[in-house]
Ligand binder design. Structure first.
Ligand code: PMT
Length: 415
């Protein structure tokens, strides 16, 4: 059952027609026991009455940073107090203008300034709602990606009839759905991996040619970071071994930065004995230059030959040493004969699950916010997951891992 008892929700409302759904959302929050502070932009007040929201939430709606009257001098620090107070932030509807402001650190009204004072690891849910063409505009997508990178959960608008009379993408989900997503984010999750150690490799390795050049690939680390975040959320002691990336470390995750495949191998092997789940999401270079030149190689000859030698295969080595209570999840990035190759990797590296993604598919593989995976299991079965955000996919994979332990605890006397 969804219960938000005692949770404190800072509810941002910006000026879109979908704001008419907000009084109902506030009622749902209040009925489930949450405290709600509405913070709205001036334009939001054109679409929904501040008096209605104040009455339903039981708190005055805030809009301005500065107090209206001389007798209210203390309220101008509200934004700082609220940033600390809130257990979670919800922005619904999120207009293109407010998304742009939040993504770029503007602080010129109560809503934007409160967003900056929120505590870093509190859930922030953004519900964009606007015309479909506007939503797809590169600037809006770029700003939403900035918010995602800052740890916000951006919920795609729904497809349906829009206020303009057009039918398309852009609708704010119904209040019941928003409520369920907020419950999911704010209520404590079932810690199905509590007591387990999960080690995730992420990102690209760099193999040095000389002091200033290296061989690498396009992996951004997003898939691996999402997996580490999901593992920590499920209560696992999570270690993230990552190649170079500027992504922020997810909460409650121990991060180890490495550069080369050999370093990643060295760090990972430290946990081979103790780990419960090994998730190899990194794009590890299969080869490295046989020797690294000191300084910078000079451009002299017309051609330069580099001799490459094989790197250790981390997942393969773990597969050799793996005990029956340990779970191994590999990734396979394929273009041709994808299923066949992924199956071969599952067997050769002794994995329990291989997550196959295709490098040439739109919205999947390297760098994108989303991915589409086919999960192949040791027993020969497979499952196609839809195109989803890497966070959603990570949750699915970690759920499978939890299920593995539920099953082994019933059948295996060792654990
Ligand atoms: O980081 P993103 O931009 O979000 O992109 C995510 C991703 C595309 C990198 C990720 O989803 C993915 O597919 N990672 C594995 C890519 C890869 O190198 O696949 P592979 O088929 O070469 O390797 C198979 C498996 O062996 C992988 O689990 C890999 O981590 C592991 N491996 C490979 C070589 C090696 N020397 N050591 C390894 O552990």
């Amino acid at each position: 059952m969804n219960d938000l008892s005692g949770k404190r929700i800072l509810l941002g409302v910006s000026g879109g027609i979908a704001a008419y759904k907000l009084p109902h959302l506030v009622r749902l929050f209040k009925k489930s026991g949450a405290e709600v502070q509405v913070v709205m932009t001036k334009s939001a007040a054109m679409f929904v009455s501040p008096l209605a929201l104040a009455t339903l939430s039981g708190r005055a709606v805030l809009s301005e940073i500065f107090p209206n009257s001389a007798s209210d001098q203390e309220s101008w620090t509200n934004h700082i107090r609220l940033g600390e107070w809130a257990d979670g932030f919800v922005l619904a509807p999120a207009t293109a203008n407010v998304v742009a402001k939040l993504a770029n650190g503007f602080a010129d009204d109560m809503l934007s300034v409160c967003f900056l004072t929120l505590r870093p690891n509190k859930p922030k849910l953004i519900f964009p709602s606007m015309d479909g063409e506007m939503f797809d505009a590169p600037a809006v997508q770029r700003n939403l990606n900035v918010l995602r990178e800052q740890g916000c959960l951006v919920i795609e608008p729904e497809v349906g009839e829009l206020a303009s009379g057009l039918v398309g993408k852009g609708r704010l989900p119904e209040p019941e759905k928003i409520f369920a997503l907020v419950c999911d984010a704010l209520s404590p999750k079932e810690k199905t991996l509590a007591g387990k150690q999960v080690v995730v490799t992420a990102g690209a390795t760099r193999e040095k040619i000389d002091g200033v050049r290296f061989i690498s690939n396009y992996s951004s680390g997003k898939m691996g970071f999402a997996l580490a975040e999901a593992a920590a959320e499920l209560g696992a002691e999570t270690i993230l071994i990552t190649g170079k990336t500027s992504l922020p470390t997810p909460p409650n995750v121990k991060r180890i930065d490495v550069e080369s495949a050999e370093e990643m191998f060295r760090e990972a092997t430290r946990y081979f004995e103790t780990l419960d789940v090994f998730v190899a999401a990194a794009a590890v270079a299969d080869y490295r230059p046989a020797e690294t030149h000191q300084g910078k190689l000079k451009k002299s000859a017309d051609a330069l030959e580099l001799r490459l030698v094989k790197n250790p295969d981390i997942l393969l080595e773990f597969g050799k040493r793996k005990k029956s209570h340990q779970l191994s999840v590999g990734f396979a990035l394929e273009i041709e004969n994808a299923l066949e190759n992924a199956r071969a990797k599952l067997a050769a590296k002794n994995c329990d699950i291989v997550a196959l993604n295709r490098a040439n598919e739109e919205g999947a593989g390297f760098e994108s916010e989303t991915n589409r995976l086919t999960l192949l299991f040791k027993d020969g079965s497979c499952e196609q997951l839809p195109l989803q955000t890497k966070r959603e996919i990570a949750k699915e994979i970690l759920k499978k891992a939890s299920f593995f332990f539920r099953k082994t605890s019933l059948t295996s006397p060792e654990r």
